[in-house]
Design a protein. Structure first.
Lengths: 184, 445
């Protein structure tokens, strides 16, 4: 790869559509979020969510192909996570007590987020879908690869994007990890 | 399996426990036969199969079992194993089906277990196949307050005798309302622990202010729940009781307070209070005054592997346990209250539960200690409260003097020995039912 000249020429006018600009903006949002989580900046991570957030992880059942509408448990059934802002704040505050043993010593995580699709809505909110691979290493040799997707509803608040609703779907029926103590 | 092996793992005089029972392969094999092959095992709830032809796939120990409700509404627990070669006949978690077809050769069973159709019965088998003897293997099924139990043992006592006086306490959570309860779940995950560590932990309130202090602290601050401390627990009027292998802890306070359930906070307390006040006459009619107003079941286990209500520790080898977390809510409770309990339960328990996630590494390392060359030579110490338990008037079972005690854990391992050393059910002692079951509640209504 050739080195770039120290002084770039005047920037060319952007040839991006609004949809592409939105895509870039949100991809940056998700990359930033991943770094916050992996660097354990959980309070800053919490700022990415609205006060009325629903952080939801349904269960995923084995059902026949003709009954795929039953694969994910609906809101109202027992979920793996069905958290409002207050519960998320408690989870983060818990880590700072020095006695949250599932995460003290803490996990080493790597969140890889990709396959972003964005869908702007009429009301200026945006639906965004991403896939993730999250690697978790804990204590000496415990490790786990968590795979799944996230479906977010985002809105503009305080001049930035915030997540109002996150649905996390894990690619698993019986979870193979000893506990689910990391954020996705 | 080790023939006629005698187990003496808990010393009743000192509370010393041989920790090798958490990892020894031969012991585990024996457990699968002598405990999980004999005991009444919790396998589900009637509300998981509410309609005719509903089914729910579950386990008895390691064996996959289909809980079905047949065309007549009858419950069955059917071994999920085709009688031909052993393939499973059902691979989905739940649903509605009149028949189960094996995907290997197409043998097809009715949901009452009968073998209905075999491809080539005339042409390949010359009509010589004894179909009536080749139905799915069926376990005995009985229910208590909607909870479904099954056993492989033809000589097992009735479920009522098996639960015995433990039911006197269990009723105070599971049998309060005429409309019964409904089960939500399960959430399933695999823990690297021996199954007994989770069961024994059910009466271990000693660990709570250490293992769970982080969660308790934030819940005090955010939800207004009472603070948690060793001192409060040591002074608590709560007690342990032990009957037939079932470990109970219970609250004993005549303060007419709403029952503790997940989801209580300073904002939601009003919901619990109103529900309590509206339902207390019904509960008193069903359970009598003492149990309705005073006795309240706390953490408990139902022998061998039922944990805090309808939650199952399913053994997967000595070093692994698949855990199934359900939430039970009273069917006729207001929807808003059910929502609060469901969310509160999920926030505390389950794979992601704030409380439960802090338990697993403890149990895992207790399990692993039993595999270590030096560590396994040294016993566990379960001496707390030795000699400080006995009968108590009006309260069935062997009751501890204090809430913080290892009485139930010692007795759990003694019960374990009784099962492991028995040749058959005839050798397994049962405490007679002596409790006064005031009120109208029964095993099934």
């Amino acid at each position: 790869m050739k080195a770039k000249p120290a002084r770039a020429a005047a920037p060319r006018p952007a040839m991006l559509t609004e949809q592409q600009m939105l895509w870039l903006e949100l991809m940056q949002f998700y990359i930033g979020e991943a770094w916050l989580l992996d660097e354990r900046k959980f309070k800053e991570w919490l700022d990415l969510f609205t006060d009325d957030v629903l952080y939801f992880m349904p269960r995923r059942k084995n059902v026949l192909r003709r009954e795929m509408h039953r694969e994910l448990t609906p809101l109202g059934d027992l979920a793996i996570l069905e958290e409002d802002r207050r519960y998320l704040e408690m989870r983060v505050a818990r880590l700072e007590t020095g006695m949250a043993w599932a995460e003290d010593p803490p996990s080493r995580t790597r969140h890889l987020i990709g396959n972003l699709e964005v869908n702007p809505l009429e009301n200026a909110e945006v639906e965004a879908r991403t896939a993730f691979l999250v690697y978790r290493s804990h204590l000496e040799t415990d490790h786990q690869l968590l795979s799944g997707c996230r479906e977010d509803l985002l809105c503009r608040a305080e001049g930035r994007w915030k997540v109002r609703r996150r649905t996390i779907v894990l690619d698993a029926n019986v979870l193979l990890d000893k506990n689910l103590s990391v954020f996705l | 399996m080790v023939a006629n092996r005698k187990y003496a793992v808990i010393d009743p005089a000192t509370g010393k426990l041989d920790r090798r029972i958490f990892s020894d392969e031969a012991t585990y094999d024996d457990e699968m036969a002598k405990i999980f092959g004999r005991a009444w095992l919790m396998i589900g709830h009637e509300s998981l199969v509410p309609a005719v032809d509903d089914f729910f796939q579950t386990y008895m120990g390691e064996d996959p079992v289909i809980l079905t409700r047949d065309g007549q509404g009858q419950l069955h627990a059917l071994l999920n194993m085709c009688r031909h070669r052993g393939n499973r006949v059902c691979r989905v978690d739940d649903g509605n089906a009149k028949r189960f077809m094996c995907t290997y050769h197409g043998w097809t069973y009715r949901n009452d277990g009968a073998l209905e159709y075999v491809p080539g019965e005339e042409q390949a088998y010359y009509n010589a196949l004894d179909k009536p003897s080749l139905g799915l293997i069926e376990a005995r099924v009985e229910t208590y307050a909607g909870i479904v139990f099954a056993t492989w043992a033809k000589d097992a006592p009735s479920l009522e005798a098996y639960l015995g006086d433990a039911r006197w306490y269990l009723d105070t959570v599971f049998n309060r309302r005429d409309g019964g309860m409904q089960a939500l779940g399960p959430m399933k995950w695999l823990e690297p622990v021996n199954w007994k560590t989770l069961v024994d932990n059910c009466s271990d309130n000693y660990h709570v202010p250490t293992s769970h202090l982080s969660s308790a602290r934030v819940q005090t601050r955010w939800l207004g729940r009472p603070p948690l401390s060793h001192e409060d627990q040591f002074a608590s009027p709560n007690r342990h009781a032990f009957v037939n292998g079932h470990s109970v802890t219970f609250r004993d306070a005549d303060d007419n307070m709403p029952r503790y359930v997940h989801g209580v906070s300073k904002e939601t307390f009003r919901l619990f209070r109103e529900y309590h006040d509206v339902t207390i006459p019904e509960v008193e009619r069903r359970l009598g005054t003492l149990r309705a107003r005073r006795v309240q079941l706390g953490n408990h286990s139902i022998f061998p592997n039922g944990i805090l209500g309808l939650r199952l520790a399913l053994p997967r080898g000595p070093l692994k346990t698949e855990f199934w977390h359900f939430v039970l809510v009273e069917r006729d409770a207001p929807e808003e209250l059910k929502r609060v309990i469901r969310i509160g339960s999920q926030a505390n328990n389950g794979a992601a539960g704030m409380f439960e996630q802090d338990d697993v590494d403890n149990w895992r390392q207790v399990t692993e200690a039993s595999t270590r060359r030096v560590g396994r030579r040294h016993s566990q110490d379960l001496s707390m409260g030795l000699g400080h338990a006995g009968p108590r008037r009006d309260y069935p079972g062997l009751v501890s003097e204090r809430y913080i005690s290892e009485n139930n854990q010692r007795l759990f391992y003694r019960r374990w020995e009784e099962f492991m050393n028995a040749e058959s059910w005839a050798d397994i002692p049962l405490d007679p039912i002596t409790a006064h079951f005031d009120g109208t509640a029964t095993m099934r209504s």
